[in-house]
Design a protein around this ligand. Structure first.
Ligand code: NDP
Ligand code: N5H
Length: 257
């Protein structure tokens, strides 16, 4: 069986810079021969994303602005992608956001607006994007999203984002059930802590990483590349019997009590 992604096209949503998990996914899919399409939320990220993509040898990438809080923006983006490339074979959703003040202190203090914002960007967006992308997956396809252990159990300071990830996990499963009949598989990767732009404001991220190094079965943290290779597996025919699944790429940390 041939597991090359030659001749296949994937949409990568959520590259902010070279540390982004989305970038780890992009490099893995590129290495497997895929053509890549990048979306970014804000136009200030267009140049950085274009500059990064230019470092991928022989990659003829396409770029679109897509703020996932707008149904219209999501639809327009996928209409444009359909016009420009026709069929796509998959999508990586690497998007989350919560207000800084909701990522510390007590979860019980989360405001209604903060709760809705986190769920809008971090969970509902997968519904909007999947609905717009599925018609372009005329040969079947794969959708992968990024989740975190804090959606399965209480993790200090993750707070509203944990509740949004729980919603994202369930959203992924309901989408897998709907889209399976179209040959589209939907899965999630639960990544261990990785230092990215999103993680930047997190107080004492070093202590969080050190705890993983001390306790996780592999006694080390994971890399963007390792998450990228699992995304490659989930977006290729290697995983053709897998849907509605959460794969932990976390050095085994989630098995600990
Ligand atoms: P990054 O900061 O690199 O990426 C976050 C991305 O979210 C950015 O590219 C940002 O886009 C995008 N985004 C935010 N709001 C919107 C919006 N309204 N519309 C479109 N895109 C938006 O961080 P990570 O790589 O760490 O995060 C990627 C995913 O991985 C997230 O879902 C995160 O929860 C998850 N994750 C991260 C872990 C970690 O330890 N880092 C662990 C487990 C899961 P832009 O830059 O254009 O604003
Ligand atoms: C238990 C933890 C540590 C505490 C919680 C961290 C949660 C992080 C996730 C969200 C997505 C971070 C976030 O929204 C940051 C924004 O408020 C401010 N940052 C930005 O606006 C930057 C510029 C842009 C690019 O960021 C986004 N997201 O748009 C969890 C950690 C151990 C693991 C972790 C870091 C998980 C995760 O989900 O990212």
């Amino acid at each position: 069986m041939n597991f090359s992604l030659e001749g296949r096209t994937y949409v990568i949503m959520g590259v902010a810079n070279k540390r982004s998990i989305a970038w780890g996914i992009a490099t893995s899919l590129h290495a497997a021969g895929a053509r890549l399409i990048f979306t970014y939320a804000n136009e200030r990220f267009e140049k950085p994303v274009r500059d990064l993509a230019a470092t991928l040898d022989g990659q003829d990438a396409l770029f679109y602005q897509c703020d996932v809080t707008s149904d219209e923006a999501v639809q327009t983006t996928f209409d444009q992608i359909k016009e420009d490339v026709g069929t796509i074979h998959g999508l990586a959703h690497c998007i989350a956001f919560a207000q800084k003040e909701d990522l510390k202190g007590d979860f019980v203090d989360t405001s209604r607006d903060g709760y809705l914002l986190a769920h809008n960007i971090s969970a509902y967006s997968l519904v909007a994007v999947s609905r717009a992308a599925q018609p372009l997956m005329t040969e079947g396809g794969g959708i992968v999203t990024l989740t975190y252990l804090g959606g399965e159990r209480v993790v200090k300071n993750y707070n509203v984002m944990g509740v949004a990830k729980a919603s994202l996990d369930a959203t992924m499963k309901y989408l897998a059930n709907d889209l399976g009949q179209h040959g589209v598989r939907v899965n999630a990767i639960s990544a261990g802590p990785i230092r990215t732009l999103s993680a930047k404001g997190v107080g004492d991220f070093n202590a969080i990483l050190k705890n993983i190094e001390e306790k996780a079965p592999l006694r080390r943290t994971v890399t963007q590349e390792e998450v990228g290779d699992t995304a490659y597996y989930l977006l290729s025919n290697l995983s053709r019997g897998v849907t509605g699944e959460i794969i932990h790429v976390d050095s085994g940390y989630s098995i600990l009590g």
